[in-house]
Design a protein around this ligand. Structure first.
Ligand SMILES: C[S@@+](CC[C@H](N)C(=O)[O-])C[C@H]1O[C@@H](n2cnc3c(N)ncnc32)[C@H](O)[C@@H]1O
Length: 274
């Protein structure tokens, strides 16, 4: 039997065969946005995004909308699902389900995630599992992660000092063995045990107290912490503040959207390149 040649695809339309029957090409591509709105998206993602039929995201930032319009991508903003007080897990599941249901109809779906989606992004991992269950092709592409921006802002040689990193809720629960000489990076320090939407923009004081107690047991009351907030746009500068463990709870507000670093020997490392 003669093989039917697929028609050339019009942008935004599903691929169809010569009888006009849609060939299912549903797939899910997850792209990293970087931490500075869209300025840290890679050229690879910029190129591939233009081939997507629906681009889902939850960003409350008009620059994302403008960018998607500029490159001709049909945008679906799911930010409305993040209503104050809703369980985060439930919101993540709804976002994942919506994308999977769309991909099942043969649509090429993209999901834009902050930073690098492979680092601390529950929705990206839910999508990975759901696509595997539903036999939908799945791809993931990095954007600049907060790990990259932190290393850039601190400008220290972690290749010499070593580097430990944990999500802060996991850290307070698992209390993993740490080497106190090696810098420790704690992500989401303002959201320890915060399971509702809204806690990401507010600091959960009960959680910060738990974190403070865990750190005091390990490092003592006078040990130094650093909070790094990398610039979120090209017009801003990074904010780096410091204090001691005893004062961490009082200054809990500074943990909002930043990463907590316990420096260890950071700053004292020998520069192997000099
Ligand atoms: C939900 S995680 C997302 C991480 C993201 N996937 C990435 O690759 O950076 C959010 C956490 O990343 C860290 N983070 C994000 N943006 C940051 C920034 N501009 N400066 C410092 N840390 C940041 C903070 O620890 C924050 O609580």
């Amino acid at each position: 039997m003669k093989k039917k040649t697929p028609k050339t695809k019009e942008p935004g339309k599903p691929l169809s065969d010569s009888d006009g029957k849609v060939i299912s090409e549903g797939c899910v591509h997850v792209f990293g946005l970087g931490v500075r709105a869209i300025t840290q998206i890679t050229l690879e993602s910029n190129y591939l995004l233009q081939n997507m039929q629906k681009v889902f995201h939850c960003e409350d930032d008009s620059r994302v909308t403008e960018y998607l319009a500029d490159i001709g991508c049909p945008e679906v903003n799911l930010g409305y699902l993040y209503q104050e007080g809703r369980k985060r897990e439930r919101v993540y599941q709804e976002i994942c389900d919506l994308i999977i249901e769309t991909a099942k109809t043969g649509v090429k779906c993209a999901y834009l995630a902050p930073g690098n989606p492979a680092f601390l992004n529950s929705i990206a991992f839910k999508l990975q599992e759901a696509t595997a269950r539903n036999r939908i092709p799945f791809f993931m592409y990095p954007g600049v992660s907060s790990i990259d921006s932190l290393l850039t802002d601190l400008r220290d040689s972690v290749e010499v000092t070593g580097f430990q990193c944990f999500e802060a809720t996991q850290f307070t629960r698992l209390k993993p063995a740490v080497d106190k000489r090696v810098p420790l990076f704690l992500f989401q320090p303002g959201a320890v045990d915060a399971f509702d939407v809204g806690s990401g923009t507010r600091v959960n004081l009960r959680g910060v107290k738990l974190l403070q107690d865990t750190l005091i047991k390990l490092y003592g009351r006078k040990a130094t912490w650093i909070v790094v907030k990398s610039a979120m746009s090209i017009e801003e500068n990074p904010v780096i503040s410091t204090g001691d463990m005893d004062g961490l709870l009082e200054r809990a507000d500074e943990l909002k959207l930043g990463t907590l670093v316990i420096p260890g020997v950071l700053g004292q490392a020998t520069d192997v390149n000099s």
